[in-house]
Write a new protein. Sequence first.
Length: 748
Amino acid sequence: MANTNGDSMVRATQVWLNRTYGNDNRFNKIPESLYGKTSWTTIYALTRALQIELGIKSTADNFGPTTKKLYKTQKKEFGVCRNIYGIIQGALWCKGYNTGHYGTLVDGEYVIDTSFDDKVENAVKKLENDAGRTNQTGEVDLNLMISLLSMDSFQLVRGGDSMIREIQQYLNKNYESYIGLKACDGVYGRNTNKALIYALQAEEGLPVGTANGNFGPSTKRCLPTILVDGTASGTNYSNKPYSTENINRFKVLANMALYCNGFGSNALVSNLEEETIKNFQIKYSIPATGKIDYTTWHSLFISCGDPERSAIACDCITKITEDNVSVLKNNNYKYIGRYLSNVEGGLDKELSETELKVLFNNGIRLFPIHQRYANKASYFTSENAIVDAAIAVGSAEKFKLQFGAIIYFAVDYDATDAEITNLILPYFKALHSGVMNASGGKYRVGVYGSRNICTRVCNAGYACSSFVSDMSTGFSGNLGFTIPDNWAFDQFTTTTISSNGKSIEIDKDGFSGRYEGISQEYSIVENNAYDGSILDNGRTVRLLINMGGKTIPVYENKTVVLPETGAIVPNKKVDGNIIGYIKPRDFYLRYALYDQSSDNIHRVMFNDGTDVKVGYIEEQSLVNSFDNPNNDEAVKYQILPNQDTFTCSHYNPVTNEYTIIPYEQNQEHIINKPVPYFNSEGTYQGTLQPGDIIKIYSTNTKRTGERRPWCNYVNEVKFKEKDIFEEFNMFVSIGLEYGSSGKDRAWY
């Protein structure tokens, strides 16, 4: 008995194709393993069968120029059976349209019918209606045949958006002569993006044949500027002013493009909303004019946006020196991406310690990039991920990059969605664990790649920030995809900038402000930071909160003052520039006293609002202050009164109030930002997510991790999908990289 797995009529189509054309060397037989399943193999077989019927000697899988030239419209013909009608019926069944003919049993297998009657005509009309055609003829013309022999769906698919489907139908209905009949499946992708550009070119007056779906010079020249009140300027392809009807159709196209990019609610109207336009412009970090202008059209339709727009961020392979740093400064660049290491046999693009100082001394912030090869699918293995993690973290430590720095790991090719699933995601999963283990949570993972790559990697939790390769406008991972919500940098064009006779080639990057890179070099692991001879209740570090109401200045250095008395132990004082402030209600890490209990200089790690920095504060011993309550000098230098351990304060984000809870009570905190956690050996175990709740016992003898002072010991956790606390016993990052006060805190 015949195997009837899969769709029976798709199977009948495949059996008929193999029986009818299987002995013709111009045809590729469909393997029985694919019977019952619609796939490109079956579509290609239908295409070659059509070409055989048209008398083409050299067949191919694509619907090419010769096929288009020879094809004639097919329509209802009573009482006549033709193989070409069988091809049409088979294609309709593969699209999910019922032709009313359920096949004939031949040698134990059902094969499709080869007629074109009222039932087949009705199936064709149903497809035409789904495709957006207003007048359904029931005839299979060239555009319809091309659509039949594709994998495009004209019905809303699972996960599709009904408004996107209406947009697709609108485009087919109004611009078929430019675009043909494109999918109406409710999914915004490459073809819909291209169709929108064709529609824009049609409204600009580009003739069919001149319009090509590319956002080229003619398309840019004819872009109108449209205000929400309908006022517009600009001329069409023939240099004539736009009519009111033209402008109204442009406004519909703008609303459709806004909706496809995630803005607005009704895409098929001609009234523009200023707030919607501004929200889009703000997300893409272009001037928030509230009108559909030249720059906005670009960002709506192509991933790179307007390549001529100004930028304050860039990345490059050129080393920045004292000799050329003025080129960046004089062109107003404030952020730069540079590579942490070289590729063997490649260009010398590695950052240097000297270069870091040049950048920081000139007020230019760094976002570090790691890329060995990463330019083809075969590179992305778990083995390479572990190597990349080790190299990147080793380089970050060598250059003394700041705590919390995001390292952007590259995917430098156009990975398909299937490759992202099968290769890129497993690579980043291993990479994320590797970076957490190698750095103990000091550094974070970012991703460089197409919009689709960045979005999927970050949604999976393997990266926290996106550096988008939008310059590659033809990438399948950019066409038809919106920019990731967490994008920090957006690479959009290559250019050369000059000043004072010097030049540097750079890639210009859009800047969202979500991550500002780093501005200071320092090493977390210094010998005196873990001086085991001086312990603070069994710990070398304390996690404190400034409840004193005064802002605490933090200095970049400390210095030794040799007392004139000849004492053996030298005194110390803060020295150098003020690098930031610990504000009231900020939490911070305070390292142990260096030499003796009366030493009033402490090393601290804090977040000044943009960076996690390390510096020095001066505080008078509380004991000395209490012993001398009337001593003005003692009171003057007691700048840190009323401190308490962070774990004994609870922040209410609704009222913006802090509650100091007695030490004898167990503490519960809500996780507000993703934070990693580690076991006692320092091995990465996982990441807590917003909504999880942690519990810290009042009986804890260990609070912060000696080798991971940015982690606090947690006894129990209640994951957000569970109803009860469970034993945890892990060191959880305090999330200092997010911020140290209020809603920026990772714990509430």
